[in-house]
Design a protein around this ligand. Sequence first.
Ligand code: NAG
Ligand code: NAG
Ligand code: NAG
Ligand code: NAG
Ligand code: NAG
Ligand code: NAG
Length: 400
Amino acid sequence: MQCFNKSMALLFFLGFCSPRSIIAQPSSVPVVPPPKFNPNFWIISTMQRVESSSNTSIGQGDTTFLPVLHNSGFSYGTYFGFYTMDSHSFILVIALSGPQGPIVWSANPDNPVSPSAILTFTAEGDLLLQDSGTFIWSTATKNKSVAGMRLDLSGNLVLFDQNSSLVWQSFDHPTDTLVMGQSLCSGTKLRAKLSSQKWSSSRFYLSAELNGLRHYFEPAAYTQLFQSTATSTPTKSSACYAFANGSFGFPDKIFSLPSASSLQFMRLESDGHLRLYEMQEQNSPRMLLDVLSTVVAFCDYPLACGDYGVCNSGQCSCPSFSTFRFQNERLPGSGCIPLSGISCEHAHDHKLIPLNNISYFSHSSFSKLAASGYSEYDCKQSCLMNCSCQMIHQISFQHL
Ligand SMILES: *[C@@H]1O[C@H](CO)[C@@H](O)[C@H](O)[C@H]1NC(C)=O
Ligand SMILES: *[C@@H]1O[C@H](CO)[C@@H](O)[C@H](O)[C@H]1NC(C)=O
Ligand SMILES: *[C@@H]1O[C@H](CO)[C@@H](O)[C@H](O)[C@H]1NC(C)=O
Ligand SMILES: *[C@@H]1O[C@H](CO)[C@@H](O)[C@H](O)[C@H]1NC(C)=O
Ligand SMILES: *[C@@H]1O[C@H](CO)[C@@H](O)[C@H](O)[C@H]1NC(C)=O
Ligand SMILES: *[C@@H]1O[C@H](CO)[C@@H](O)[C@H](O)[C@H]1NC(C)=O
């Protein structure tokens, strides 16, 4: 275990201690020499890089990692530091090592910083990220008696006090991933990334609520609540759902998971799926389970077949191949695009393509907008006259 100890840093200021002894890096890991005279600062442009081509690669593709802290176990290690895919914008992350080392936490996923950004472990005990003097992120632990920080092998960054009691931990602020041993508590949620390439947040969430775990997709009012089979106790004021060996939702069991032979993590991904992975020696983490698959069918995911896609028995197609084509022939799930663009010109040439016998994942959002009493013809005409209308949804009620 590696610690960055503030009391030792103070000793250094008094001249009793050399800066290298403050960060005891294992020799196999590139040492990050703290900038001279101030071991509490890490300036991105002066930090040593770990390229993905080396054997300690982290992340996917053409990535670079700049470690601040490192901890190594038998088969994998954990890193806390900066991550970049383009050498211009950096994200402060915690990653598990390996050829496809997954990022399990990030401080500023929506707000990447420039190479001149500075991470400071302040004398007041705050861990603070600033870019050109602008505040980006902090642990907000100023004056909370923080004595040091450490990175646990599970990928938890911990700020502790003199009694080694926990003051702040990254586990309490999940991004898109939970590591085995971590809990999702009410008031927090997992947010999927928009795509595996983009770091800006997507619109899929998994949030902890008093009565269960809620999966939702924001723009279209899609929501699903997963509850434990045990009778819930409505009197509680907060709830935590732990990711334990063999289950998610502990002490209740909401999802059963395969038992762990190594560290597991689960990530809410850009397609809305929550996938369980396990670290393996030397290799990329192995995908073990699509966690929601027992309750959410493939076609029930809002983005199952992408834009304009139609899903049927796990297969994606387009509403009509005379007017649409696949975005990518080899990836039918990536959606469809109209053969001709929809514009406001030539509105009289527009027509509506009927789609029978389908259901829409966000039926309720249409029900709210529904205007009753119009004939099908009136409804179609008003849509054709309005260039922001691309779809009408007809709900017919059967009178029993
Ligand atoms: C890096 O990986 C290659 C192939 O996987 C191996 O041959 C080489 O010895 C490794 N280098 C180090 C320094 O571990
Ligand atoms: C932190 O403590 C210092 C010194 O005791 C004090 O001057 C400062 O106002 C405190 N800051 C906060 C945010 O409480
Ligand atoms: C550490 O523990 C001692 C004894 O229990 C207590 O008096 C002190 O306030 C604690 N320090 C912090 C920073 O919590
Ligand atoms: C998970 O539990 C199983 C049995 O319940 C045990 O064999 C295994 O070692 C545990 N895994 C970890 C990583 O603790
Ligand atoms: C509508 O879809 C369901 C399920 O896909 C199918 O069983 C049924 O035959 C379809 N009905 C019509 C009229 O196409
Ligand atoms: C056109 O359609 C949009 C959305 O479908 C609707 O909000 C708007 O009120 C419509 N405009 C007119 C003039 O009907």
